[in-house]
Design a protein around this ligand. Structure first.
Ligand code: AMP
Length: 287
């Protein structure tokens, strides 16, 4: 496994890979790798000849008040995990190497970045798109893998890639969950034991709402109310930031639950912000 630390080294290794491998897959991450990340690596491994993982805690996607300084970092364990999952190259740059020369260019996907998480994190997706665009330019992969857990992120990246004609296929992989349903996240490590006990309520609330939509198609505000009520009861330590029912493509709020939609939410437990979502695809009426 090759480990690179600079853009120059990475480009050199990739130019070699582009000569010998038919398909190159990229998995962008911020490290502290868990089974959710590794499911993307495994998908890349089974679909590509050459698999690259980037590990970079990208400062430009954190607001000054957010957890950049305390974001979990585990470089040794990450390298071991990559090695044991058959990764060919890991790119672990410093902030200096990525942004050292200063940058005046940013990538901003309108509309899709302004709803859901974008309301409380107005600069977040600008940072995400800019670093992902940069990584796509450095690696020039045939496929790039993202988690459906960050549904808005993958929607925005798909749109960026389409709008800017990046020659890459974006693959969204299913959310990997703990046994009790909690979506795996590097930030779960911050939860106190009591918060951790309550946190699975997020996925339970979404699943219950999904079932109720498939059964009786309540108006979207009713489904949202059900989720809020369940969380108020089962996760009282959490503060709801949003619960929304949105169109899977435009991410605009929907009013009815007759067509496909995504239920998405963000809840804060102290300083720890958790997100989750569920796709309610082609809802069926009860027989
Ligand atoms: P992060 O390191 O949090 O930036 O995540 C890197 C990639 O892993 C993103 O595409 C995430 O959506 C994906 N990811 C994070 N957690 C999960 C999970 N529980 N299941 C599937 N993918 C995930």
């Amino acid at each position: 496994m090759i480990v690179t630390h600079t853009i120059g080294e990475t480009r050199e290794a990739l130019s070699q890979a582009h000569r010998t491998a038919k398909t190159i897959g990229l998995v962008p991450t911020m490290g502290a790798l868990h089974s959710g990340h590794m499911s993307l690596v495994d998908a890349a491994r089974s679909g590509c000849d050459f698999v690259a993982v980037s590990i970079f805690v990208n400062p430009t996607q954190f607001a000054p008040s957010e957890d950049l300084d305390t974001y979990p970092r585990a470089p040794e364990a990450d390298l071991n995990a990559c090695e044991s999952h058959g990764v060919d190259l890991v790119f672990m740059p410093s902030v200096e190497d990525v942004y050292g020369q200063g940058a005046l260019t940013q990538v901003w996907v309108e509309e899709l970045s302004e709803t859901l998480c974008g309301r409380s994190r107005p600069t977040h997706f600008r940072g995400v798109c800019t670093i992902v665009a940069k990584l796509l330019n450095i690696f020039q992969p045939h496929r790039a893998y993202f988690g459906a857990k960050d549904y808005q992120q993958v929607s925005i990246i798909r749109r960026m890639v389409s709008d800017l004609s990046f020659p890459v296929e974006i693959i969204a992989c299913p959310t990997v969950r703990e046994a009790d349903g909690l979506a795996m996240s590097s930030r779960n490590a911050y939860l106190s034991p009591e918060e951790r006990r309550q946190a699975p309520a997020l996925s339970v609330a979404l699943q219950r709402a999904k079932e109720s939509i498939r059964r009786s198609h309540p108006p979207a505000p009713h489904a949202i109310r059900e989720i809020r009520d369940y969380l108020a009861h089962e996760a009282p330590a959490g503060t709801i930031e949003y619960v929304q029912a949105v169109d899977p493509d435009t991410l605009r709020d929907v009013e009815t639950t007759e067509g496909p939609l995504v239920l998405a939410l963000a809840v804060r437990f102290g300083h720890t912000r958790l997100i989750d979502n569920v796709l309610v695809d082609a809802p069926q009426r009860a027989p």
